[in-house]
Design a protein. Structure first.
Length: 573
């Protein structure tokens, strides 16, 4: 049975949970056989009375319980059930081993699921293994040396490796794919608590170990990894129209037969998972050039904002600030500005750092990261403004960009991002410093000359300046309006010495690689490129580690079913 909404004080003793269940259900000690915490959250709406809220799964000797308890229901079956198993000999057939491009959360969990079902995937990653990639990333942060193929965006583990490691999502999950992801991560070395805390996170250092363990499991099950193996072309059957010449329309179809790598190697594959991440701009260009059906999609741009973590703790937890059971406080904020723009907090990192996240020379991009402990002095979050494709043909000054033809119009969002990131590089001093400004000065429309109480966590460093020109005017106007409004929810959010660091542009992919929905016979395949399975953040179908991993599992299921159906059809003929 599942019991929900059981409330206990933060400092309750270990046996209090069991005793509370016995009282709630009128059970004797010997009648409660098993008790497991399914979810533990906290209610901080009243700062004078913060308490835990539990959801529990339990077994009892009683066949029925007295009275009707609306919080007691049968426990759902949260076990993961594989949709198929590879027929004997199938992966050995030419083209029948699925190829997975990318080793972010989406690619890793697609590959893991395929391997567990016996389909022996071939995994291609343009970057390096996670530990070598970590060293290269520190090279930018410490020595201002950027490795274009090995950085925060590219390499084993994907962009999520250098993040807070948040493991929750708001996607609908009726088949408990998210539970499967969490259980696999625990087996790979993540802490057990991610299975039951309401907002689980892992942190960068622990994610490195998890990623390595997942890779080892995939290899042990017959999978194959190829690092520093960048895909530069898709290969098609000769028959059929050329989608590129038809403008990449949904009706211009060619069947995929494999991929070509940068070193000239070709890999035959009838099923390719495209899990390339939101920053694979050269891959987007290749897809547009080859006529794969793409469309521009909305995303958001803004700054990273930093406050002392203690300020956020006090605002959220009051007298319970610093309580060990609560940890570092987070927040989620949104404001609808008078100019019609929405401003919201994004990827909030309690007790974390602002990190250099560029993947291209001569550009500056920020992101946020936390370790599992979340014990750094500052809290940071993106404060970003929603934009849509109507905005993409303007540069950072609001001036029209030069049209780029059919391919250019599809990738206008990429051009927009690059214009902002180049501006940030110039404002920062052209040495990978990020431009920064104190919140008080930003609101007062005057440049910042020196730091105040809040010391920046961004490395390699910041250059104090005026951020008023770092984003288009409508975005600056909306953020200036939003920050004082956020201070009504988080006391001192408009702290004069708080810090804004620019720019945040990689909130999500600027394109969507359209695919069929799960009810279509070609479920999850590109609208005009059968055999290509766009997935995860880069394809525009996820936002964050958990939703990307879930999408990877769903795509793997679709591939497994397709392969098995085709095998049966061949056997029948």
């Amino acid at each position: 049975m599942r019991l929900t909404d059981l409330k206990l004080p933060l400092d309750h003793p270990e046996n209090a949970l069991r005793q509370a269940v016995l009282r709630q259900l009128g059970l004797r000690e010997e009648e409660l056989l098993q008790l497991r915490v399914f979810r533990r959250g906290y209610d901080a709406r009243r700062k004078s009375d913060i308490h835990f809220i539990y959801t529990l799964d339990l077994e009892t000797t009683r066949t029925s319980l007295p009275g009707r308890n609306p919080r007691l229901k049968p426990s759902p079956d949260t076990r993961y059930h594989f949709v198929a198993r590879a027929p004997e000999g199938l992966p050995a057939r030419p083209g029948q081993r699925p190829v997975v491009i990318g080793t972010g959360p989406c690619g890793l969990f697609a590959a893991l699921s395929l391997a567990q079902m016996g389909f022996a995937p071939i995994v291609l990653e343009r970057g390096k293994v996670v530990r070598e990639r970590t060293q290269d990333t520190w090279g930018l942060w410490r020595r201002r040396e950027l490795q274009p193929e090995s950085n925060v965006q590219f390499g084993e583990g994907g962009a999520g490796t250098f993040s807070d490691g948040k493991l929750w999502s708001q996607v609908k999950d009726p088949h408990f794919h998210g539970r499967k992801v969490l259980e696999e991560m625990v087996q790979a070395g993540a802490p057990d608590e991610i299975l039951f805390v309401s907002k689980p996170h892992v942190g960068t250092f622990r994610l490195v170990k998890v990623v390595e363990s997942l890779r080892a499991q995939i290899i042990a099950l017959g999978g194959e990894f190829n690092f520093q193996s960048k895909v530069t072309d898709l290969l098609f059957d000769d028959a059929g129209p050329d989608p590129a010449r038809q403008g990449g329309g949904a009706d211009a179809r060619r069947t995929l037969r494999g991929v070509r790598l940068e070193d000239g190697r070709e890999i035959r594959a009838d099923h390719v998972v495209l899990a390339i991440g939101h920053s694979a701009r050269d891959s987007f260009e290749m897809l547009a050039r080859q006529g794969v059906y793409l469309e521009a999609k909305p995303f958001s741009v803004g700054f990273r904002i930093e406050h002392p973590q203690g300020l956020i703790d006090r605002a959220r937890f009051g007298p319970f600030a610093g309580h060990k059971a609560l940890g570092a406080a987070d927040y989620k904020l949104v404001h609808h500005a008078r100019n019609g723009r929405s401003v919201y907090s994004f990827c909030m990192c309690p007790g974390g750092t602002v990190v250099a996240a560029t993947s291209e020379a001569g550009r500056v991009v920020t992101n946020g990261m936390s370790q599992y402990s979340r014990n750094e002095r500052n809290a940071n979050a993106g404060i970003v403004v929603g934009i849509d494709p109507r905005d993409y043909d303007l540069d950072a000054d609001g001036k029209p960009l030069v049209p780029g033809g059919q391919e250019g119009s599809l990738l206008a969002g990429v051009r927009f991002q690059r214009a902002l990131e180049t501006r940030a590089y110039l404002l920062g001093g052209e040495n990978y410093n990020a431009p920064a400004q104190k919140i008080g000065d930003f609101l007062a429309r005057r440049p910042s000359r020196e730091l105040g109480e809040v010391q920046p966590s961004y490395r390699p460093g910041v250059t104090m300046t005026d951020l008023g020109s770092a984003l288009p005017g409508y975005a600056i106007e909306a953020i200036r309006e939003a920050i004082p409004q956020f201070a009504r929810q988080i006391k001192d959010f408009d702290l004069h010495d708080g810090l804004l660091t620019g720019v945040e542009t990689r909130t999500s992919s600027p394109i969507r690689i359209r695919r069929h929905d799960e009810r279509h016979p070609q479920a999850y395949q590109s609208l005009n490129t059968p055999g290509l399975y766009p997935a995860g953040e880069g394809a525009g179908y996820a936002g964050g580690i958990m939703s990307a991993a879930i999408d990877g599992l769903k795509v793997a299921e679709a591939i497994a079913l397709n392969l098995c159906q085709a095998f049966k059809a061949r056997q029948a003929s």
